[in-house]
Design a binder for this molecule. Structure first.
Ligand code: TYM
Length: 328
């Protein structure tokens, strides 16, 4: 496994939240040391929705600090900023010639973003999946640990890799979305309205830098209902989400107790939220504190980025040279 390549990225558009952690970061940490891992801050991708570049560099440092605070070891993985690797935009350009307007327009994330920002439907937004494919293929990535929302982008990356290989000769592997043999994770927001997100639904999203009080408050407010009236009823998605979060941060006995209560129709959501809130505080606190400590050491963060840039470019330049040669 050591020589199999793993690539993934996180945009620098705001604070990381539980969706980023359980959809992506948890897998990054499990994969480090077992695979050749490239993890990066997708700062160019951030510009498709957050064009103001003033905060961009600081946000890159912040996301990087959060990556390390979650357990990534810069000695074991290559950590870098996407904009520090000029080979990525070159491959992006090549892949754009293989991507069709119709398929790009049909992408769910494009349709969603175009609806959300009708005054800024830029070409970067349309070609978001080709840039993402370039991020992965530049390292010949095979496994891509991501949350469920990225599944369609990965399918497109496989298509672009296939088209390149077919037209110009075998060059790229076909990357797959990865989550240790289980299905990809989607963490819903606590009000039951869509997924947790960096810049929307902030009161119903738990961020890795939320204070203890805020975490408790948000979980207390999470959407619940009267509870089931029939034993073993299916769960509404907002209840399923609370159980998923409990499974992720609480002791298994606690999770099973509440699951049993639910199935027997005597669940007390107030108690469940209390327990979940306390366990969530314990889970987030060390990450938050470590992030604060790391953010104060900008010299260290910059040195991690510099070393990461060198390692990532060494690999990326081999791929781009190979891709260029396919044309002559
Ligand atoms: P971004 O920054 O939106 O999210 C980073 C990672 O967190 C996952 N995620 C979630 N997982 C479960 N539930 C949620 N509510 C949730 N919200 C976010 C995302 O699936 C992602 O894994 N396009 C990517 C960034 C990117 C990238 C790449 C990823 C750019 N190039 C190449 C992989 C490979 C994105 O928007 O991430």
């Amino acid at each position: 496994m050591k020589n199999e390549i793993v690539v993934s990225g996180i945009r620098s558009t705001g604070n990381l939240h539980l969706g980023n952690y359980f959809g992506a970061m948890q897998n990054y940490v499990k994969m480090q040391g077992h695979y050749e891992c490239y993890f990066f801050v997708a700062d160019y991708h951030s510009l498709t929705t957050h064009p103001d570049a003033k905060e961009l560099k600081n946000n890159v440092y912040k996301v990087l600090a959060e990556n390390i605070a979650c357990g990534l070891d810069p000695e074991k993985v290559t950590l870098y900023a996407q904009s520090d690797i000029p080979e990525i935009p070159e491959l992006y350009l090549m892949l754009n010639m293989l991507a069709y307007k119709g398929e790009l327009e049909k992408t769910a994330s494009f349709k969603e973003k175009a609806r959300a920002q009708p005054d800024n439907i830029n070409a970067g937004l349309l070609t978001y999946p080709t840039l993402m494919s370039a991020d992965i293929l530049i390292h010949k990535g095979k496994y891509v640990p991501v949350g469920k929302d990225q599944e369609q982008h990965l399918e497109m990356a496989r298509n672009f890799a296939q088209r390149f290989n077919y037209r110009y000769g075998e060059t790229f592997p076909e990357p797959i979305a990865f989550n240790f043999g289980t299905s990809l994770v989607k963490i819903q927001s606590l009000d039951g309205q869509g997924k947790m997100s960096k810049s929307e639904n902030e009161n119903a999203t738990i961020y890795l830098n939320d204070s203890d009080e805020l975490i408790l408050k948000k979980i207390k407010k999470a959407k619940t209902d009267q509870g089931p009236t029939q034993p073993n009823s299916p769960m509404p998605d907002y209840i399923e989400n609370l159980f998923l979060l409990m499974k992720l941060v609480s002791h298994e006995d606690k999770y099973l107790k509440y699951l049993n209560d639910y199935n027997q129709c005597n669940i007390r959501y107030g108690d469940m939220k209390n327990d979940l809130g306390n366990d969530m505080v314990q889970f987030i606190k060390p990450i938050r504190e470590k992030t604060i400590e790391l953010k104060q050491d900008e010299t260290y963060i910059k040195s991690v980025l510099k070393i990461g840039q060198e390692k990532a470019r060494t690999n990326a330049s081999k791929t781009i040279q190979e891709a260029r040669k396919k044309w002559v």
